[in-house]
Design a protein around this ligand. Structure first.
Ligand code: GLN
Length: 273
């Protein structure tokens, strides 16, 4: 037996040289002990086996591999989303994006929504679970769509998945289009922390030379696919939101900050003029 507090401290030391945030030792323990974070403090001691399992995860984490890839899942708005090297690990700022869509769709009946670049499917699944809208989700990566389909099935979410390079295979009109597209400028990828650079799929990160390629495609096409009065919600990288707003014609735009105070979300209502 070992005291949980000592185990957590040793785990924190083992992963100190990574980009791990301070909560990761707790998450490792929660995963191994099968409990929620709130009840973790009720455990005083853990078995040698449990400690061994925690150390195994921490050693792999020390190589830079993101925790969500090691344990195979993360949480997104309380939903368990499976993650692997084929998809981006859902981020907290993307939860803010999805929440905006949920607020918009909540009181609508028969609404249709599209999640472009769905990756793990996290956004589409949250919309399917927490609203009555009909959800379409697309991605250019067959492997990502396989992961997203699995996640939708595990969560009991009904989603129409489409393998599509941006809008190429997308048909119909939508009340809402939402996307967290790849937005890192190609040359900046090498400077990202190794968790992201070495382990997350490039196709989910690379937004072209200035990082704005996908926003250009979206700005060009979204007006044709969104109903008048409908909403376009886009997550952006730091410093990109104003450029994205400038690209959008026929939309009335506002910018929403994330919890770090960074301009993160462009919310654009289609005015048609
Ligand atoms: N929509 C997914 C997410 O927000 C994937 C995004 C991406 O691959 N760029 O996590």
């Amino acid at each position: 037996m070992i005291k949980l507090s000592d185990a957590l401290k040793n785990i924190a030391d083992l992963i100190a040289d990574t980009g791990a945030d301070g909560s990761e030792p707790d998450w490792i323990a929660c995963h191994v002990l099968g409990c929620g974070r709130a009840s973790l403090r009720l455990r005083r001691e853990i078995s040698d086996n449990e400690y061994g399992e925690m150390l195994g995860i921490a050693k792999e984490r020390a190589t830079g591999r993101p925790l969500c890839q090691i344990i195979g899942y993360t949480e997104f708005l309380g939903l368990k989303i499976e993650v692997n090297g084929d998809v981006l690990c859902p981020r907290p700022e993307t939860e803010l994006l999805a929440e905006q869509a949920i607020l918009y769709l909540k009181n609508k009946t028969c609404a249709r929504a599209l999640d472009l670049c769905t990756g793990s499917g996290c956004i589409a699944i949250a919309l399917a679970k927490f609203t009555n809208a009909q959800i379409t989700a697309s991605d250019v990566s067959e492997k990502a769509l396989k992961t997203a389909r699995g996640n939708a099935a595990n969560c009991g979410a009904e989603i129409n998945f489409v393998l599509s390079d941006a809008f190429k295979k997308i048909e119909g009109e939508f009340d809402l289009i939402i996307s967290n597209p790849p937005y890192i400028p190609t040359a900046d990828i090498e400077d990202l922390e190794r968790e992201v650079r070495d382990f997350e799929p490039r196709i989910a990160l690379d937004g072209g030379e200035d990082g704005l390629d996908f926003y250009r495609i979206i700005a060009d096409k979204a007006g044709d696919l969104i109903k008048d009065g409908g909403l376009l919600l886009l997550e952006c990288g730091e410093g990109q939101a104003k450029d994205v707003v400038d690209m959008l014609r026929g939309f009335s735009c506002s910018i929403i900050k994330d919890l770090q105070g960074i301009d993160r979300i462009v919310k654009a209502v289609k005015t048609g003029v």
